[in-house]
Design a protein around this ligand. Sequence first.
Ligand SMILES: NC(=O)c1ccc[n+]([C@@H]2O[C@H](COP(=O)([O-])OP(=O)(O)OC[C@H]3O[C@@H](n4cnc5c(N)ncnc54)[C@H](O)[C@@H]3O)[C@@H](O)[C@H]2O)c1
Length: 369
Amino acid sequence: MENLVNQKLFSGVYEGKKVFLTGHTGFKGSWMMAWLEAMGAEVCGYSLEAPTNPNHLELLNLKGKSVIGDIRDIPLLEKTMSDFNPEVVFHMAAQPLVRLSYDEPHETFETNVMGSLNIYEASRKCSSVRTIVTITTDKVYENNEWVWGYRESDRLGGKDPYSASKAAMEIMTSSYRNSFFHLDKYGKDHHVLMGVVRAGNVIGGGDWAKDRLIPDIIKASLEGNPVSIRSPHSVRPWQHVLEPISGYLLLGQKLIENKKEYAKAFNFGPLVQEEMTVQGVLEHLKKYWDKIDYKIEVPKDMPHEAGLLKLDCTMAKVELDWSPVWTTEEGLQKTIEWYKAYNETEATNTYEDLTYFISNAKERKKSWI
Ligand SMILES: NC(=O)c1ccc[n+]([C@@H]2O[C@H](COP(=O)([O-])OP(=O)(O)OC[C@H]3O[C@@H](n4cnc5c(N)ncnc54)[C@H](O)[C@@H]3O)[C@@H](O)[C@H]2O)c1
């Protein structure tokens, strides 16, 4: 991996910065840890054991600290945080699967709501913490099957337990900010800014979670079975994992720079014209890997999942000057190439993708370069 320290991405704020990252053994967290380390951050990851085998984090061989712990284990969480003394907290750990949330509603709410409260309480007790960025989802919006995108000011809600747990967590986050880290008292009674980031369906190499479109397709393709697609016409804001992470890091930068006007929620997603149906995604994937095959099978008793879900990312564009680097099709191509290389030669092309993403971001004049 090319060392990114000299490139001063995000104005170089992450160089030497102590960052506490929850969910680092997961899909998004492992990409985030890799990028933070490449920029010279000192990272302490805190999560349960890797949720899948193979696991992206293990393939990356990162040098940062990795603590295996539960965010519901308050003594271990608080001790780990206070021993590390981070300045920045990125909180990603969650039970993130809609279908599993129907089987395990209690665990889903406990992890996503109370676990997040534990992160905030641990941060409040740890005097070094200045910035907290919490990762939520596009599914926090009360879904009206609208044809237009949801804005940050739209009403929160959630029919399935996962979406509801994330919406509940956001209400708790807002109450926490209001009660303990109020913006009017920033710099006087406290020194902590809290941001929230909402992104859509994320794709990229290294995801082996169940019930997610691309990992399901890869697995079925390698087994020589055409994958069953249950919602071919569902529209989702698909994005390569590096896109929202660039947004999380950019928001983190603004908060680290004490800009309190950014201590709120932001959507990060593809451009409106880039949103795609599940079937559209599959057709693109087939172009890049001839093993991809699928059949459409909608189960009669399928639990509810939103059909139409779009994000309006105008606020990220106007206030943060953030926009995606890659088109959805470029993100899909990079994703499928990652799995193809892994399957054929066991190569882990994460750093190649990151380097290419950053060079495209330079050419396309993104604000964080
Ligand atoms: N992948 C997506 O498409 C997507 C879309 C929107 C939002 N998100 C959000 O992004 C975040 C990361 O998701 P992901 O896709 O990387 O999921 P993942 O399942 O790959 O990773 C989840 C991480 O959380 C950790 N974790 C779960 N329960 C925990 C607990 N009780 N204590 C400590 N750690 C725990 C796991 O060990 C893992 O590191 C989640 O908050 C998720 O809701 C993901």
